[in-house]
Design a protein around this ligand. Structure first.
Ligand code: ADP
Length: 552
């Protein structure tokens, strides 16, 4: 109250920071500038981690990943104008992924006397995590940051509660259980919604109790471990194509799942859709049953049905046999490619050796075209919410921001847990300067750049030299080409991290071993591969989409 002259004065910046703290916001990522620098300082003073990034884009990616990993929104702090525009990339990506995110932008001053608008914070937190999670934006005028207010005049809202748990309609749950019981060729699809919902325990019970085959989407990997006997990832296309009942646990029928339409699916396949977002239900297909509710709660509801009247899908069925056959032949084909000893290496050889040494509990971050696509089929996840990749939006440039977020969460939760960031050389370029951020905070991230000298494909150094020998590269350089033999590892050594340039499987094994042993320093291994290396041929022709379509 203005009459209370003797009371302590506090700046608007501190009020913002305190409001964030009251909402249990633990991480703020950003690039400081006028007028938000004070907010970063005030946040840090209150014990909130402030991570200064090199571009708001990477900061917004990092903040959204923290939201996915922890369930509480991370904050991205930006200046208005260009800062906010860079952060739009992360807001769009978060919305597409259904991940919570709060972007706070400092705008110009305005004539505003009251501090009431600060009460919009709790609302922002609530909107980001309730219902379908997503991004939201709070604008803070510059004079709000600098104004001095009487401490007694501020009332912080209580910490916003976790979202209320909603359950599906009982009759729909009954119907879903009976559709599953009558399935001849059932399949559970586990998406990143299931990961975000922490539904791992109940989904695993359902898989094991009913002996059902399951297929994780890229970021659904690890909800039930990839090495589980019922995981049919290695027969992905066949499982999707011939299943007659598919239960979708937090996975949308978008491009990642080929829209749920023929020829990738049976025309009369029965979908059972579980989602928290009503608008999502019935998108692209007419589902047999829709279960509107929280995935974890609904999985439990389904389990109750199968507890009441126990039922198992017969393990000796023809369907299991068909799936197992396909898994075996696909795994053999990958193994053969991985065992090729010719140099430069191909993708399969690289990932075979990485998988051999991968700590089971590591966070895996990945982006790129073939690098992410083939890597996903060969690098296993054993824990939920431990894979972060280009996601629903297919965004390149997310990798280093995501890796920084994962490293911070690991540091606070279980020190010693590693983050392995597998990048294509093109993907790495989108935010390579975040190497400085990684080194500044001394986050022991291992970055692997799988380098084929180009976007999708490139050329070897000799061919490149021929191309530009008598002609200006500006005129003749192929659009897919990047500079051959780029020493990306020097971006890491420039800031004091460790860098390796490797060309053979032996060098890869050795450098990987060293980086895994050294838990104190970030490192980058630049892995040269055959510039024209691609993925192996697929069973399904022309209809395949980029990035996501092959079987193992
Ligand atoms: P993927 O890319 O792994 O296939 P998507 O991002 O397409 O996954 O789908 C995730 C879905 O999960 C979204 O439609 C989202 O609304 C939903 N979702 C997120 N959290 C929950 C939750 N707690 N309960 C139910 N559904 C959820």
């Amino acid at each position: 109250a203005p009459s209370d002259r003797s009371a302590e004065q506090v700046s608007g910046a501190k009020v913002v920071a305190q409001a964030l703290k009251a909402q249990d916001v633990r991480y703020v990522f950003g690039v400081v500038g006028i007028p938000v620098t004070e907010i970063a300082l005030a946040a840090q003073e209150l014990g909130i981690r402030y991570i200064g990034m090199r571009n708001e884009q990477a900061a917004s990616y990092a903040a959204s990943a923290v939201g996915y990993l922890t369930g509480r929104p991370g904050v991205c702090l930006v200046v208005s104008g260009p800062g906010l525009i860079h952060a739009l990339a992360g807001m769009a990506n978060a919305n597409m992924n259904c991940w919570p995110l709060i972007v706070i932008g400092g705008s110009s001053e305005r004539n505003q006397e009251t501090m009431g608008a600060f009460q919009e914070f709790p609302q922002a937190v609530r909107i980001s995590i309730y219902g379908r999670p997503g991004a939201c934006y709070v604008d803070i005028p510059a004079d709000f940051v600098t104004v001095q207010v009487n401490v007694n005049s501020i009332k912080y809202k209580e910490c916003c509660m976790p979202p209320p748990v909603t359950m599906a309609e009982a009759s729909a749950v009954c119907l879903a259980a009976s559709v599953i019981r009558s399935a001849k060729q059932p399949l559970l699809v586990i998406g990143k919604g299931a990961a975000y919902a922490h539904a791992e325990e109940n989904i695993r019970k359902l898989v094991e109790q009913c002996k059902l085959p399951f297929l994780p989407t890229p970021m659904g990997k690890g909800v039930v471990p990839d090495n589980h006997a019922n995981c049919v990832s290695a027969a992905r296309s066949r499982a999707l194509q011939f299943a007659d009942v598919i239960v979708l646990f937090g996975a949308r029928l978008n491009w990642i799942l080929h829209f749920g339409l023929p020829p990738r699916y049976q025309p009369d396949v029965k979908f059972i859709q579980i989602d928290i977002c009503a608008e999502e239900l019935g998108n692209n297909v007419k589902p047999a049953v829709t279960l509107l509710g929280d995935i974890n709660a609904v999985a439990k509801q389904l389990l109750e049905q199968f507890d009441k009247i126990p039922w198992q899908y017969p393990p000796e069925s023809k369907w299991w046999k068909r799936l197992r056959e396909k898994m075996k032949s696909n795994e053999a084909a990958s193994k053969e490619l991985a065992s090729k000893i010719s140099l430069p290496m191909n993708y399969y050889t690289v990932f075979y050796h990485v998988q051999e040494q991968l700590p089971k509990d590591c966070f895996l971050v990945s982006e790129g075209a073939n690098t992410m696509d083939i890597g996903r089929t060969m690098l296993q996840n054993y824990l939920p919410r431990h894979r972060l990749d280009a996601g629903t939006f297919g965004t390149m440039g997310v990798g280093l921001g995501f890796a920084i977020a994962a490293a911070l969460v690991a540091k606070d939760r279980s020190p010693g847990q590693r983050v392995i960031c597998v990048e294509g050389d093109s993907a790495f370029g989108f935010s390579g300067m975040e190497m400085e951020t990684i080194c500044r905070y001394n986050l022991p991230i291992i970055v692997l750049v799988v380098n084929n000298n180009g976007v999708y494909q490139g050329f070897d150094a000799d061919t490149w030299k021929e191309i530009v020998k008598f002609q200006d590269p500006v005129t003749v350089a192929p659009p897919m080409c990047l500079l051959p033999n780029s020493h990306y590892e020097q971006v890491m050594t420039a800031f004091g991290g460790k860098g390796y340039f490797v060309q053979t499987p032996e060098e890869l094994q050795k450098s990987l071993k060293q980086t895994l042993e050294d838990t104190t320093k970030p490192s980058l291994i630049n892995i040269m591969i055959e510039p024209q290396s691609t993925r192996k041929a697929q069973g399904l022709a022309a209809t395949s989409l980029p990035l996501i379509s092959e079987e193992t």
